[in-house]
Design a binder for this molecule. Structure first.
Ligand code: HEC
Length: 181
């Protein structure tokens, strides 16, 4: 092999290498993996399943009328301590973060004078309706589910007997407590 031939072979190899590099460069540009718009994996949203799982449990509770018959006033007063950071219970109580609650049983919804209710509660109140035992029971189970967009920042009370005790106590906050159902 003379110098000329060596040069030719070297040239050919160099040429091939350049070509290979060029192709690699081009294809990496064309086929570059696109980063996903959202990091991580999509997880199945099972919130619907969770709430439909909770619903039968709530539906299984005895009706509020039955639970009120065995409700405990003292336990209700104790449990209602959960409310006092936002609500006043006494007669002539003032609105705080939440409206005053004296005489709330069977009172029209959204009717505490001077309280700025959420749009959701105003909307519900505009359709009429009062805080009867069933309404209070439903609201206290899950305030946000009962009044969409409520400003009551309270998760709710899962235990049906505890709700009955509280509602029994709320009933006592009146000159003449509402008749029991
Ligand atoms: C973190 C504050 C907060 C707590 C705790 C709280 N509430 Fe409320 N509550 C509110 C607010 C705010 C509203 C007004 C809701 C709206 O306008 O959507 C409200 C509204 C209400 C209403 C409707 C009153 C009306 O005039 O229509 C009732 C009944 C009620 N709460 C009962 C309770 C009871 C009973 C508890 C305790 C078990 C409780 N709340 C705990 C803030 C609270």
């Amino acid at each position: 092999m003379d110098a000329n031939e060596v040069n030719k072979v070297a040239g050919a190899i160099l040429g091939m290498l350049t070509l290979a590099m060029g192709i690699g460069f081009l294809s990496s540009g064309l086929m570059a993996p696109k980063p996903p718009a959202k990091a991580g994996y999509e997880l199945p949203d099972n919130s619907a399943t969770a709430s439909s799982a909770a619903a039968p449990a709530a539906a299984q509770a005895e009706p509020i009328a039955t639970r009120l018959a065995t409700a405990d006033l003292a336990k209700g007063e104790t449990a209602a301590k959960k409310c006092v950071s936002c609500h006043q219970f006494q007669k002539d109580g003032k609105n705080g973060q939440g409206p005053a609650l004296w005489g709330i049983v069977n009172k029209a919804k959204g009717a505490a004078a001077g309280f700025n209710y959420s749009a959701g509660l105003k909307d519900m109140a505009s359709k009429g309706g009062k805080w009867d035992y069933e309404a209070l029971d439903a609201f206290l189970t899950n305030p946000k589910a009962y009044v969409a967009g409520t400003s009551m920042g309270f998760a709710g009370i899962n235990r049906a007997d505890e709700r009955a005790n509280i509602i029994f106590y709320l009933r006592s906050l009146a000159e003449t407590p509402a008749a029991l159902p």
